[in-house]
Design a protein around this ligand. Structure first.
Ligand SMILES: *Cc1c(COP(=O)(O)O)cnc(C)c1O
Length: 380
């Protein structure tokens, strides 16, 4: 494959020495859990989210971050089984699993085809009783945010939860973000709480699994911190039947290195997205939009095509790797067969059959332009 979809060795290469130094320091320190790298990373994540007075809780992965958030709100009495949670129907399976796990009911909303995200105004218009939370997933790195609607819902007592797994470093037109008066504000710090994932393929990836919760809410942070550590609020004192969802020092040290390079990492992705945007011109291919008034992180560059099988065979024949995010929406997964109440979701199902992610993570500018040329030469 001349243009692999993703080569994680190439992703680490520019900062390999810094990563190695950090790893060696942890090994030599003799401290592998509950150390200063974890606590520093937690502080740095909250700061990057614009929450100087907020809290970070490092954890085991992105799914656990979401599980900790929903369970945390249940322990606080803010959510109860049967409550409904709005989420975009085209989001990742990990966005729906932590809702159903606790007996909450997902309300699957069709995405806005321009942003691939939950349309806040449509969600507001389709409001139904018992919706107690909205999970705003910043899919593909495009902020999912409407400050006016979010503020109105929050004022009604609705919990606004961000899934920032794909969007660390993004900025939304905040307007009336819940936590800031700034015109633009970092995703992951817009709402009541946010989940992060550092799965290796994310813009900032660990060398294994890792995740985090970031929130301005001191009480929620304390509950989540306890839940992630056997339910203990202090040593050998368990106030919840908790879990072990800790992040280790090694991952935290590596992630701190990457966090220092976050803006550069995202800038290179943005540069590639711009090369695709300028270079791809094919009536059979719909490009994602570079949206004004916000900063996207381009976790994925997702095009749409009518005959996906033909297009992906063409890409493969021409040495271009690709991936599909996601071919099967959560409500069509076998684990939910006959178990998930939802309206018909034609937009979501149509998208699932048409989306193709092009390489964006590690190519040089000239390779990106070459891929654009290959895409331009596609004819169905
Ligand atoms: C990756 C991802 C998750 C899950 O994160 P893991 O670390 O793989 O558990 C959740 N939500 C979104 C939007 C993701 O992209």
């Amino acid at each position: 494959m001349k243009y692999p979809f993703l080569d994680l060795r190439a992703v680490q290469r520019p900062i390999l020495e810094e990563l190695q130094t950090a790893a060696v320091e942890v090994i030599a320190s003799g401290r592998y859990l509950h150390g200063s790298n974890v606590s520093s990373l937690e502080r740095e994540l909250a700061d990057r989210a614009g929450l100087a007075h907020g809290y970070g809780v490092a954890c085991s992965n992105g799914l656990d971050a979401l599980r900790l958030i929903f369970r945390g709100y249940m322990e606080m009495g803010r959510l109860a089984p049967g409550d409904k949670v709005m989420v975009a129907a085209n989001a990742y399976i990990a966005c729906v699993l932590p809702i159903t796990e606790f007996g909450l009911q997902p309300v699957l909303i069709e995405p806005d085809t321009r942003t691939f995200n939950l349309d806040w105004k449509a969600a507001d218009a389709a409001w139904i009783p018992d919706v107690k939370a909205v999970l705003a997933v910043h899919l593909y790195g495009t902020p999912c945010w409407d400050g006016d609607v979010a503020r109105r819902l929050a004022d009604k007592g609705v919990l606004i939860i961000e899934d920032n797994a794909q969007a660390i470093g993004a900025r939304a037109q905040a307007g009336s973000a819940l936590n800031t008066e700034n015109t633009q504000a970092a995703t992951g710090g817009l709402a009541h709480v946010a989940a992060y994932s550092f799965y290796p393929t994310k813009n900032i990836g660990a060398m294994g699994d890792a995740g985090a919760v970031v929130t301005p809410d001191a009480e929620l942070a304390a509950v989540i911190r306890a839940l992630a550590n056997y339910g203990a609020d202090k040593r050998y004192h368990n106030i919840y039947c908790g879990w072990n969802c800790r992040m280790d020092e090694l991952q935290a040290a590596l992630l701190r290195v990457k966090l220092r390079h976050l803006d550069a990492i995202n800038m290179v992705r943005e540069m590639r997205a711009k090369i695709y945007d300028k270079g791809i011109c094919n009536q059979h291919i719909i490009k994602p939009e570079i949206l004004p008034d916000m900063k996207q992180t381009w976790h994925q560059y997702v095009v749409q095509v009518d005959d996906r099988t033909r297009f992906t065979e063409y890409l493969t024949a021409n040495g271009v790797g690709y991936d599909i995010h996601y071919a099967v929406p959560p409500h069509c997964q076998p684990c939910y067969a006959g178990k998930l109440a939802h309206d018909s979701l034609p937009v979501t199902e149509r998208l699932a059959g048409r989306v193709v992610s092009l390489p964006i993570a590690h190519h040089k500018a000239d390779a990106t332009a070459e891929i654009a040329e290959i895409v331009n030469a596609y004819a169905p």
